[in-house]
Ligand binder design. Structure first.
Ligand code: NAD
Length: 493
C-alpha cells in the first residue's frame, strides 16, 4: 500500500526574493530526506545574513507601498490565496506528509487548520475598525492600527504548512511585508505556499522566503530592517531567539516546546478518555507541541489504562500513524526508553518491537509506546520526548496531580478526563498551562480563540493567533485632533 506519493523529480527549494524565485550562489545545500523512506526528495540552500539582507532590501519598499493599500483591498488577495490553498490541498498535504513523516490525513488536517487561521485574518476587514471618541469639546481621540514594516516568521518541522499559516496571513493582511524562514527539514510545503501567494496576486516583496538553519535565523533576528519576529520551535531555540531579538530592542513572540499532562480520574467516561488519550499521544507520531506526554493517573485507573493500552496496540504504523522526523529523533527516543527502564519504569507497550511498514523499511518508525510506574522526577516524566510515547505517573490525589503539573517548567497544555464538573473546574482553575482541556486530549483552541502556551512554552507577551497575532504584527497609533479654538473650552480644549 502506498502511504505517501514520492515525486519522480527531487524538489529544489529556492528563496523567494522580491516576488522572484532565486537560487542563491556560494552557499551550501542540504538534502531533504523523507522520514518515510530515508530517501532524498529534494534539496534546500542554507542561507545567512547576506541573503536575508537581499530579501529585506526588496521587502522594505514593498512594505511601504502595501501599508497604504486599504485593508479591504489587501484582504482580496487573501480570499484568492484561500481558494488556491483549497484547490491545491492534495498536493500540499502529500508534500507536508512526505517531508514531515505525517500521515497524509494528518497533513491535510494541518492545512485545514491553517486555512481556519487564514479565515480569521479575512475577518479583520470587518473587525478591525479602530476607535474614536470626542474626549472633550472640540477634541477627538482616535486609535488606528498600523503595520510594523517588514516582519518575519521562523517555523519548526512538525507542521510544514500550518505553522507558517499561523503567522503570515494575519501579518500580511495587517499591511506588513513578511519573510518566512521555514524549517530546513520541511521547506517544500513552504515553497508551495510561496507559489500560491504569488498566484494570489500579492505585490512582489510582500511575501518572501529565505531558507536555512541557524545562520539564516540569526540573519533574520539581527537584520535591522526586520521589525518583529514570530518564532515557533523548541524551548532551547525559542529562548535564544527571544533573547537575541530583545538585545536589538526587537519585538518577538517565541513559542517553545512542551510536556503536556493528561490527568486521568477513575470516573472518566471510558470511551471519551481512551479515545482522547490515545489520539493525543499517537497523533502526528507524538510530534506536536500539544501531544500528551504524561498521563497522571489519580487513584485506581487500571481499568481505563488497560483499555488505553489495547487501543494504542491496535494503531497500525504507516496507516494510522506516521514516521519520526529523522534518525536523530529515533536515537533520542531509544535512549529515553533505555533510561526509563534503567530508572525502574515498566514499558507496558513497546513500540520498538513492532515491524516497520512493508516497503518503508528505510524510514524512522516507532509504534505507540507506554511507560508505566514512573516517578515524577524521572527524565521520562519531565523532559519533552517528542515522539509517540506516554509516561504514566500514578498519584493518590488530584492535588498531587496538579502539584506535579505546576512543577513542570513547560506550560503548553493540560487536560483532565472526568465526569465531574467540580474536578474539571478544579483542574481548570489550578493548572498552569496556557491551554486547558476538559475531556479533550489536544486542547487546541479553534479560531477566533487564540493559541499560546505559558511558562517555558512561550517567551514574550500574548498569543500567536487570533487577536494575539493582531497585537504581535501591529501597533496602535493614538491620534488626538483639534480643529478650532473652543469658546466653551474645558481644561483640555
Ligand atoms: P527547532 O527549535 O529545532 O527549530 C525551529 C526553527 O529554529 C527552525 O526553523 C530551525 O531552523 C531553527 N533553529 C534550529 N536550531 C537553531 C539555533 N541553534 N539557532 C537559531 N535557530 C535555530 O524545533 P523543531 O525541532 O523544528 O520543532 C520541534 C519543536 O518545536 C518541539 O520542541 C515542539 O514542541 C516545538 N513546537 C512548539 C509549538 C508551539 O506552538 N509551542 C508548535 C510546534 C512545535
Amino acid at each position: 500500500m502506498s502511504l505517501v506519493q514520492i515525486p519522480d523529480q527531487p524538489f529544489v527549494c529556492r528563496n523567494l526574493v522580491g516576488g522572484e524565485w532565486q537560487e542563491p550562489t556560494g552557499v551550501e545545500w542540504r538534502d531533504i530526506v523523507s522520514p518515510y523512506t530515508g530517501g532524498v526528495v529534494g534539496k534546500v540552500p542554507l542561507c545567512g545574513a547576506k541573503e536575508v539582507a537581499e530579501i529585506v532590501a526588496k521587502a522594505e519598499p514593498a512594505a511601504r507601498a502595501w501599508r497604504s493599500v486599504p485593508l479591504k483591498e489587501r484582504t482580496q488577495h487573501l480570499f484568492h490565496f484561500r481558494e488556491l490553498v483549497l484547490a491545491n490541498i492534495d498536493r500540499l498535504s502529500n508534500l507536508a506528509a512526505l517531508e514531515a513523516g505525517k500521515t497524509v490525513a494528518e497533513a491535510r488536517a494541518g492545512v485545514l487548520k491553517g486555512v481556519e487561521i487564514l479565515e480569521f485574518a479575512l475577518s479583520l476587514q470587518n473587525l478591525d475598525k479602530g476607535d474614536s471618541m470626542d474626549v472633550s469639546r472640540g477634541v477627538k481621540c482616535e486609535t488606528v492600527r498600523e503595520p510594523l514594516g517588514v516582519v518575519a516568521g521562523i517555523s519548526p518541522f512538525n507542521f510544514p504548512a500550518m505553522v507558517p499559516m499561523w503567522l503570515f496571513p494575519t501579518a500580511v493582511t495587517l499591511g506588513n511585508a513578511f519573510v518566512l524562514k521555514p524549517s530546513e527539514k520541511v521547506p517544500m510545503s513552504a515553497c508551495v505556499l510561496g507559489e500560491l501567494m504569488l498566484e494570489a496576486g500579492y505585490p512582489p516583496g510582500v511575501f518572501s522566503i529565505v531558507h536555512g538553519e541557524q545562520a539564516a535565523v540569526e540573519g533574520v533576528v539581527d537584520d535591522p530592517g526586520i521589525k518583529a519576529i514570530g518564532f515557533v520551535g523548541s524551548t532551547k531555540v525559542a529562548k535564544i531567539v527571544y533573547g537575541r531579538a530583545a538585545s536589538h530592542g526587537k519585538r518577538s513572540l517565541c513559542l517553545g516546546g512542551a510536556k503536556n499532562h493528561l490527568i486521568l480520574v477513575p470516573d472518566a467516561d471510558p470511551a471519551v478518555a481512551v479515545d482522547g488519550v490515545v489520539s493525543s499521544f499517537v497523533g502526528c507520531a507524538g510530534q506536536r507541541c500539544m501531544a500528551a506526554s504524561v498521563l497522571v493517573a489519580v487513584g485506581d485507573c487500571n481499568a481505563l489504562i488497560e483499555k488505553i493500552v489495547e487501543r494504542a496496540r491496535g494503531v497500525e504504523l504507516g496507516r494510522d500513524m506516521g514516521a519520526l522526523i529523522d534518525p536523530a529523533a529515533s536515537a533520542r527516543l531509544a535512549e529515553a526508553l533505555t533510561m526509563a527502564e534503567k530508572d525502574g519504569a515498566k514499558i507496558i507497550l513497546d513500540g520498538r518491537t513492532v515491524a516497520k511498514p512493508a516497503g518503508y523499511e528505510g524510514g524512522n518508525w516507532l509504534a505507540p509506546t507506554i511507560i508505566d510506574n514512573a516517578k515524577g522526577d524521572w527524565d521520562c516524566a519531565t523532559r519533552e520526548l517528542f515522539g509517540p510515547i506516554i509516561t504514566i505517573v500514578r498519584v493518590d490525589t488530584l492535588q498531587q496531580a496538579l502539584e506535579f503539573e505546576q512543577k513542570n517548567p513547560y506550560g503548553n497544555a493540560t487536560s483532565v478526563f472526568t465526569s465531574s464538573g467540580a474536578v474539571a473546574q478544579f483542574v481548570s482553575d489550578n493548572a498552569t498551562s496556557g491551554m486547558v482541556g476538559i475531556n479533550i486530549g489536544v486542547p487546541v483552541p479553534r479560531e477566533p480563540f487564540a493559541f499560546g502556551g505559558n511558562k517555558d512554552s512561550r517567551f514574550g507577551v500574548g498569543d500567536m493567533t487570533g487577536m494575539g497575532g493582531v497585537e504581535l504584527w501591529s501597533y496602535t497609533k493614538k491620534v488626538t485632533t483639534k480643529w478650532e479654538l473652543q469658546e466653551d473650552a474645558t481644561w483640555m480644549s
